[in-house]
Write a protein that binds this ligand. Structure first.
Ligand code: GLA
Length: 729
């Protein structure tokens, strides 16, 4: 059992293979946090907690004349408000009498087999191969009867602990939640820690940033109504000297696609607190007596093996315990060609069939018809919401078009942007009140479109009906689900004025309902998420879609950074990566090496490629298939950091049994008469012999990892190499 309650010490310890997490029902039933890190077996870590009389740090009344116990200096599992802890709280609640306080004391705990389930939100799951145990600790405020249940699931083998929170109003007056964080983690000594996050922007998502913690609250978050391009709901706290391969790293990954906040506070005593959950901005949630509110899940991991060690924990876990799509394990992802950069909205059925015919020569399996096929949609000023085929463009009708593609022995995919509406659309003309707009104020437009109020059941039902009709009307194999603006004008006509603080979150709940419904009724369809590129690339979306479009930026050199940053937490098999015309002077071969880091496909007008180019592409598609078991199932290693000066970017995938690997290198800069460069491999068996690209060259794993492979120098700019390593025995 991964969870142990020690009734003498009053501690509860969560054990994974290599880590331990301990808490204590301490003084006066406050739930204290004792430890998270490398395994401590059955040690009682209570001795870590020291108590002093701290000036200006209040003491709970029940401690009477004892001045040394203050929540302001105690490590806690769930920080509260108005209890003498002036650091950042996990909860802010307005009680029925108007008071702002929650005094939660540990009232009960239970340990059960299996993973907890969230009723309203996507979350990870356990599998037969990977069982979990769950701890639920209930904190009760005896005055208001507000109960906070802290949920922990322990995945022993995966070295993962998940947390979530449920608030229940057991009192007899409505209360208002203004802040509810899913995780609170206090470090007794947080000096010398760094924070790593993934900020970015449109076209440059998830760039890696690292900062030293200083004495204030560092915040990472989004208030754009989605997890956003600008930040990602993932942070790492690590030792100051942690590197790619060594050092302690803690990861926190929030399974939520809306406004989120991570606060990291280094306090006056060098203790560090991290809280993470739904962003409190414009969040006020009413809980009537008997009602429950669920906060999203946080997936936590700890390793002593640096960023690579941490990434491997997340990659393995997210590959198996996040998304139930059959494309995760049973069915291989197809090589696709997408019409967006090939034709934008300027296409008809004939053009699409011609692209498909040319793509067939390139070894492509699937044609995706992107934006522009529905309603009145010749540019991005109209049509969103009208999810019926524009037969001026698709003159033969969708069914016949798909038949023509299928006749080429290719599959067919389609694009939707369900959460949005154009003012110039039949939908908006019929239901202007379905768009989010604050009464009496013109709404902010973005890409000339408005956002639908996804909190409304009628909107959800409409989308389920329309999308389903398209999916069931033809043989659709793939769906790209897009969203192309941030949310503003947060208002729902369905809710009274005083409940508008619930709209952000309710929109998410509505979206999850729509996706759940459509995806579970279409288990044979491959879904890919997208938000103006990689603007909502988060674990909640990856719960529904096995792959996500990394970025609208297809330039292969920029992609090196995009893939590098994304790979900190998300497995490379989730990364939508295509070859396009972007990067004019970059060889097709190099583009392919970069796209093979992810799901691989094309986004160009295949009819413009010469026979020779099409042949090159066909070889690339078959290489992608050849290496699939390595790149989709193997361990991924970042070999160089593209954010640091250097002439090459390299990465590799190694099969779990270490018998095969694919080492990829892109020469990003040619120095005139420069030194010979060597790329050192990782993750190989030191004593195994590896053959390089099936030829006569053979080296030991030790040689490849310690001395490296020489990268040919006399090559054209932006050359790339793939070294396929196979053990000789
Ligand atoms: C977004 C996506 C693109 C494309 C367009 C269509 O920008 O990221 O890939 O689908 O929308 O409008």
């Amino acid at each position: 059992m991964g969870i142990v309650f020690n009734s003498t010490a009053n501690t509860i310890t969560l054990h994974t293979r290599n880590t331990s997490y301990q808490m204590k029902i301490g003084n006066l039933d406050y739930l204290l946090h004792l430890y998270y890190g490398s395994s401590i077996c059955d040690a009682d870590m209570s001795y870590q907690i020291m108590q002093y009389d701290r000036g200006f740090s209040g003491n709970p009344y029940e401690s009477r004349n004892e001045r040394t116990f203050s929540l302001d200096a105690q490590p806690q599992e769930f920080s509260t408000q108005q209890q003498g802890d002036f650091r950042t709280p996990s909860i802010e609640i307005v009680n029925g009498d108007g008071s702002y306080s929650f005094h939660g004391k540990a009232a009960a705990h239970k340990i059960t087999k299996g993973k907890y389930k969230l009723d309203t939100l996507p979350s990870t799951f356990d599998t037969e191969a990977d069982t979990a145990d769950t701890l639920e600790v209930t904190l009760l405020d005896a005055v208001t009867n507000i109960e906070v249940a802290l949920l922990y699931s322990v995945f022993e083998e995966a070295d993962i602990i998940t947390r979530a929170v449920r608030v229940k109003n057991l009192g007899n007056a409505p209360v208002h939640l203004k802040k509810i964080m899913s995780v609170c983690l206090d470090f007794l000594n947080g000096a010398g820690m760094d924070l790593v996050s993934l900020p970015g922007r449109y076209g440059q998502e998830r760039q890696v940033e690292r900062q030293h913690m200083t004495h204030h609250i560092h915040t990472i978050g989004s208030v754009r109504g989605s997890s956003s391009h600008q930040q990602n709901p993932f942070v790492v706290l690590c030792d100051r000297d942690a590197t790619e391969d060594y050092g302690k790293c803690y990861g926190f990954s929030l399974v939520y696609s809306g406004n989120f906040l991570a606060e990291i506070e280094l306090d006056q005593y060098d203790q560090l607190r991290l809280v993470m959950g739904i962003h409190p901005k414009q969040f006020v949630y009413e809980l009537k007596p008997g009602e429950v509110f669920e906060g999203p899940e946080v997936v936590m991991a700890f390793t002593e093996h640096g960023f690579t060690g941490l990434s491997h924990l997340y990659h393995d876990f997210y590959r198996t315990n996040l998304c139930k799509s059959k494309f995760v394990t049973e069915v291989k992802r197809p090589v696709l060609i997408n019409s967006w950069e090939a034709a934008f909205m300027d296409f008809d059925d004939v053009k699409l069939v011609n692209i498909a015919k040319a793509a067939k020569n390139m070894g492509v399996d699937l044609l995706v018809m992107d934006d522009g096929w529905f309603g009145k949609r010749d540019d991005d000023n109209s049509g969103l919401g009208d999810w019926f085929v524009n037969e001026d463009k698709i003159r033969c009708g969708l069914h016949k078009l798909v038949e023509q593609i299928n006749a080429l022995d290719m599959k067919f995919g389609i694009w939707f942007e369900p959460e949005m509406v154009s003012e110039d659309s039949d939908l908006y003309r019929a239901h202007p009140d379905w768009a989010m707009q604050i009464p009496g104020r013109p709404a902010v437009r973005s890409r000339n479109q408005l956002a639908l109020d996804m909190s409304r059941k009628d909107v959800q039902d409409y989308l389920i009906e329309k999308v389903t009709a398209i999916l069931d009307g033809a043989d659709i194999y793939y769906v790209k689900w897009d969203i192309n603006r941030s949310l503003t004008d947060i208002w729902s006509n369905e809710l009274p004025g005083e409940r508008q603080g619930e709209v952000y979150h309710r929109c998410l709940l509505g979206l999850y309902r729509v996706m759940d419904e459509i995806i579970t009724t279409h288990p044979d369809i491959l879904f890919e998420g997208c938000s103006g590129g990689g603007g909502r690339y988060d674990p909640a979306m990856l719960h529904y879609y096995p792959q996500y479009w990394v970025s609208d930026n297809n330039n292969p050199i920029d992609r090196l950074k995009l893939h590098y940053g994304t790979s900190f937490v998300y497995p490379t098999c989730t990364m939508g990566a295509h070859i396009s015309d972007s990067g004019k002077f970059i060889p097709l071969e190099t583009k392919a090496v970069v796209a093979m880091c992810g799901t691989f496909g094309y986004e160009l007008d295949a009819t413009h490629l010469s026979k020779k180019q099409q042949n090159i592409c066909r070889k690339q598609s078959s290489l992608f298939r050849k290496y699939y078991h390595i790149t989709f199932k193997g361990d991924y290693y970042r070999l160089t950091n593209p954010f640091e000066p250097g002439n090459m970017t390299a990465w590799m995938h190694v099969t779990k049994n270490k018998k095969e690997a694919l080492l990829s290198v892109v020469v990003t800069n040619l120095t005139c008469n420069g030194p010979q460069e060597y790329i050192k491999a990782k993750g190989l068996k030191p004593d195994a012999l590896y053959r390089v690209n099936g030829g006569d060259e053979v080296h030991s794993g030790a040689a490849l990892m310690n001395a490296g492979l020489p990268i040919p120098r006399e090559v054209p700019e932006y050359s790339a190499f793939q070294f396929h390593l196979t053990t000789t025995r």
